[in-house]
Design a protein around this ligand. Sequence first.
Ligand SMILES: Nc1ncnc2c1ncn2[C@@H]1O[C@H](COP(=O)(O)OP(=O)(O)OP(=O)(O)O)[C@@H](O)[C@H]1O
Length: 456
Amino acid sequence: MEKDADGFYTAPVAAVLPSTVAPSKDMTDLIKSTFEVHVTLAQQQEDKSSPLYSVKSFEELGLHADLLKGIYDMGFTRPSKIQESALPLLLRDPPQNMIGQSQSGTGKTAAFVLTMLSRVDFAKNKPQALCLAPSRELARQIMSVVAAMGKFTAVQTEYAIKDHLPRGVTNITAHVVVGTPGTMTDLIRRRVIDVSDVKVFVLDEADNMLDKDGLGDQTLRVKNMLPRNGQTQIILFSATFPDHVRTFASKFAPNANKIELQRNELAVDSIKQFYMDCRSEEHKYDVLVSLYQLLTVGQSIIFCQQRRTADRIAQRMTTEGHKVASLHGAKEGAERDAIIDGFREGREKVLITTNVISRGIDVLQVNMVVNYDLPLMNDREGAGGGGDPQPDIETYIHRIGRTGRFGRKGISINFVHDQNTWVQMGIIEKATGKPIERIQTTDLDVMEEQMKKSMK
Ligand SMILES: Nc1ncnc2c1ncn2[C@@H]1O[C@H](COP(=O)(O)OP(=O)(O)OP(=O)(O)O)[C@@H](O)[C@H]1O
């Protein structure tokens, strides 16, 4: 099955349908929504203020013919703003570092993947491009883009994610290696990856990868093992670069070309944000269950702060006859892969999870995100500092960005249930500069109407 520019599987619908058979309602809806997405996407790509706008075509960006073939094969027709502005800078010789910021779902992956594929010498069987991401799910997704864009090249790829490489492999000869920082460090240290020819080093979700409270140390370890000849192009991309990592990012990628956004530009306009007043922690569960029908209209992701909450809700809902999946970092790699693949293929419609997949994950059919718990800062300014926990604004922006991908409409709903969560949401609303509207939890019909209206 081919995915078209908008990620809908249009061709097979027409292809498998004998001319005498009338399309079912589902198929008509699919064709209709595909058409609508095409139309709005075309309009947005004409609108100068849209992050999807571009003046240039892919041909004008200096890409190799084999890569253009890959791009068109994926169904892309025109570059987005970040692709149009970043690619000429990324592909220029001599290579220059880049710190690139653009809203969630605007096509940053293609920008760095095309750079990696452009810099690799396919005749040399050694790792030449390394890419790090914060989760195995995101690393696997990035790899699928490398494979699709590089379909007409001779690219060889390998993962640096936990429990992936068969024992006994002592030397990776693939051109592009994508993984998570711990495993990448381990493979370089054991010389399974020889880094002497690495020309490009990419950090996706770079602010997260450089955060001292998170993956910063491990990422720095990888960089410190790369050749010190100044020949490695360092590329950092994210939708967010909070102040506390900006300085470090500039040191990590010295003299970088920078594409930056203002804080009030970060949240995507096509994502309508709502909140629901819940009476208590327990009432949040009842409200979620009452939403189940709406959650399964398309696909939805429910974010919890803790793994045990995600498990508890998923178990309870399953026992009560609802079909949901749960995914978090305490599960084994193979199980995680099966769960996310099931969700991508639409076998599961509701995914209950933690921050592990708050960043980067691109499933176009997700039209609703629920913050069952609001995202909170670790301990940086929270409990450890003695005060009330502060909301994690960057994580909020990434979480709601799992919907509204590349011009689509989406909805996010925050559950607030006490004074603290109310204050935290107020801080989020102020920081993102976008209104968060109330929806009644008592009247399902009104709620459904309100939601449908905002999806139009
Ligand atoms: N030029 C294009 N034309 C059509 N679709 C595109 C184009 N570029 C990217 N896309 C699609 O847009 C979606 C979002 O792209 P991508 O995942 O790269 O976003 P992102 O900017 O990395 O988002 P995030 O910040 O959430 O990681 C993907 O499904 C991708 O295939």
